[in-house]
Ligand binder design. Structure first.
Ligand SMILES: [Fe+2]
Length: 283
């Protein structure tokens, strides 16, 4: 399984408190059947500002531990970037880290209680820069809880959605569980993340949530959302892309964007938005 959202790196945000705890989390993940785990510390100006170099060094140390202990798990670098108008500038200044440092998928976290008015234009701006935003746990946002259709609109525009495993298991309340199920049934969830913060309470595990998805939508869906089924065994950089491409459910490119101009669509394509090609049937 792929867990593409964890706060496993110690003393860098509000996640693991020590290396001992980080190692313990890695063991928990491996035992749960997770074979790729992304270390995605918070990036929130004024609070947590890890550098890509720090994160990569931490990931290296975790991989060395996994190797020493013969744990069948690989850690990749990433970041969970709190939504703010400065994201494009921060990205251009090389202060942000995309998933697996591919320059493609950026895990973006909305504030818990609002969807700022600049959100949609910011997400679109990131796409024009060739970045595919991956929304971290939109089901836990209070505004979206009252309007889950907002997520569908974003997915139509090519934004990807990552659900927190615990949301589905009811650990963030009944309402969040229900929204999670609605999003899953609507086919707009592209992956799961544990959003693990510790070895005790919020742990890096996906098995129980995968079982829940299997119960709700059948085995194929559970497998597709949580496993590396579409990914080659060497887990090369391109494999992560394959995972997203193969699990993307976007059925239609939004009319309003199509009507802007063919030039805009071509710009998106040139920016590396391969899904546009798929969805629009471009040759
Ligand atoms: Fe997180």
């Amino acid at each position: 399984m792929f867990d593409l959202h964890t706060h496993i790196l110690p003393q860098i945000d509000d996640g693991a408190a020590s290396w001992a705890e980080a190692y313990q989390m890695l063991e928990i993940a491996a035992k749960d059947g997770i074979n790729v785990l992304a270390a995605t510390p918070h990036f929130l100006e004024g609070w947590f500002t890890p550098t890509p170099a720090e994160i990569k060094a931490g990931v290296e140390r975790l991989n060395q531990y996994a190797q020493r202990q013969s744990l069948p798990i690989r850690v990749i670098p990433g970041m969970e970037v709190a939504l703010c108008p400065d994201i494009p500038r921060l990205f251009q200044a090389n202060r942000l880290l995309t998933l697996n440092d591919e320059g493609q998928y950026l895990l973006v976290e909305l504030p818990a209680n609002e969807v700022p008015i600049y959100t949609e234009s910011l997400l679109f701006e990131l796409q024009l820069m060739g970045i595919t935003p991956v929304l971290a746990h939109p089901e836990r946002n209070r505004v979206i809880a009252n309007n889950p259709a907002w997520v569908l609109d974003q997915v139509k525009r090519g934004v990807l959605v990552q659900l927190t495993a615990d949301s589905l298991l009811g650990r963030f309340g009944k309402n969040t569980r229900q929204i999670s199920q609605e999003l899953l049934r609507a086919g707009v969830v592209h992956g799961l993340g544990s959003d693990a913060h510790s070895s005790q309470h919020r742990t890096p595990t996906l098995k129980a949530a995968t079982a829940k998805i299997t119960e709700l939508l059948g085995q194929e869906a559970g497998h597709r959302l949580a496993t590396a089924d579409n990914i080659k065994s060497n887990m090369a950089l391109a494999d992560i892309e394959g995972f997203f491409n193969n699990t993307c459910h976007a059925q239609a490119f939004p009319d309003e964007v199509l009507s802007y101009s063919p030039a805009l669509c071509r710009r998106l394509l040139n920016a590396g938005q391969k899904w546009v090609k798929q969805v629009m049937g471009f040759k």
